[in-house]
Ligand binder design. Structure first.
Ligand SMILES: Cc1ncc(COP(=O)(O)O)c(C=O)c1O
Length: 387
């Protein structure tokens, strides 16, 4: 008899600790949950209406592997405007979510045994996807330093060895909010160029930056058609469309045919009526975006400000994203603390260990919630800590 089990790499995958915590208390009305990375508000009505209209028109068929021409045109115009550099349609592919774009990028460039460098702590999928493809992972960790997160570029460059195949870099980073400064980007890209390393940039939070700029710094203005550069992005966070499962990627024109083939064998294409809604989201979405950005900036100040007033709490300032990543003096086991907070305070947070061992001892709070909900959660944590 042969055991009916998955490949060893798949068996070795860790169950998401965020899910483990959430599943243990999902649906409990006495728990205020901040564990998932999504807004507590539904998708704006004008986007939902556009999808309903497209469904009404019977747009229920397969589309081109790389996405509908009108959506790719719209993405090309949106990205070119945002980054001040022509991003032609020939570099844009529509995907069935950001996570699917990450998987496609990895399938396109990572072979079994390849060395992949990941900056951590990071959303678990960024590290687990190369592992599914039997890559060998090396991590470079961010460090809290005087109230902010920092990446030591020398450590990153030491990790980017000549035998490295790809660097997966998520900025603004989930969970820390760390953002690779514009002035460091050219050096990172140059190092990857010199060594032929693929740079896979997870830009899902690029619009959720807290500065005055319309976007967090990006590699797109720096890269040329010939660069081994892939930018992965999504409608999930910035347009409040998590449940729709729609994303995109910008890749070298030379990779596009391969991505089309991979798309065919993964999902074939994204749903037509959802792509129709995405065209409208991009075209008419900036007023919504401005509102979301202002709400998140206010929520960030509310939650981070309150956390820092609590005894024994360290809460570095995020540059972008929708998370507070903080630690409480004496916490070494974030999973145990997350469970205790559910049981004793009715507060649902994600354990930092979910984001890699560098996140152990920390907790993540998604503050993309109404101010009253954040305030009630903060009260619960304050009460817990004062006991
Ligand atoms: C860093 C990062 N990348 C990608 C994604 C994927 O987003 P989606 O698959 O919903 O498009 C997420 C979602 O949490 C994320 O945090």
């Amino acid at each position: 008899m042969f055991a009916p089990l998955a490949r060893p790499e798949v068996q070795a995958l860790r169950v998401s600790q965020i899910r483990e915590v959430a599943n243990s208390a999902l649906g409990r009305s006495d728990v205020l949950a901040f564990w998932f990375g999504e807004s507590d508000q539904p998708t704006p009505a004008f986007i939902r209406d556009a999808a309903a209209e497209a469904l009404g028109e019977g747009r229920t068929f397969y589309t081109h592997n790389l996405g509908r021409a009108d959506l790719r045109d719209q993405l090309s115009a949106y990205l070119s405007g945002l980054h001040g550099r022509d991003i032609p349609v020939s570099r844009v592919a529509v995907t069935n979510s950001g996570v699917s774009a990450l998987m496609l990028a990895a399938q396109a460039v990572v072979s079994p045994g390849d060395r992949v460098v990941v900056v951590t702590p990071v959303w678990p999928n960024v590290a687990e996807i190369p592992r599914i493809l039997s890559a060998t992972l090396a991590t470079v960790s961010l460090q809290p330093d005087q109230g902010r997160w920092r990446l030591d570029l020398d450590r990153l460059f030491n990790a980017l060895t000549p035998d490295t195949r790809a660097l997966f870099l998520n900025s603004p980073n989930n969970p820390t909010g760390w953002t690779l400064p514009a002035e460091d980007r050219a050096a990172v890209l140059a190092r990857c160029r010199d060594l032929g390393i693929w740079l896979v940039a997870d830009d899902v939070y690029e619009r959720l930056n807290f500065g005055p700029e319309a976007s967090a710094p990006s590699f797109l203005p720096l890269g040329d058609d010939g660069d081994r550069l892939i930018s992965v992005n999504s409608f999930s966070k910035a347009w409040r469309m998590t449940g729709w499962r729609l994303g995109w990627m910008v890749a070298p024109p030379a990779l596009m045919d391969s991505l089309g083939v991979l798309l065919e064998y993964n999902t074939s294409c994204a749903p037509d009526f959802i792509q129709a809604a995405a065209v409208v989201a991009l075209r008419d979405g900036e007023p919504h975006m401005a509102g979301l950005r202002a709400e998140l900036a206010a929520a960030k100040d509310q939650v981070l400000g309150a956390l820092r007033q609590m005894p024994g709490v360290e809460a570095p300032e995020p540059d972008g994203g929708m998370y507070a990543f903080f630690r409480i003096d004496g916490c070494a086991d974030s999973m145990a603390l997350a469970r205790t907070l559910i049981a004793e305070a009715g507060l649902g947070l994600a354990p930092g260990g979910a984001f890699g061992e560098e996140g152990e001892g920390w907790l993540r709070w998604c503050f993309a919630a109404r101010p009253e909900k954040n305030a009630a959660g903060l009260d619960r944590l304050r009460g817990f800590l004062s006991r």
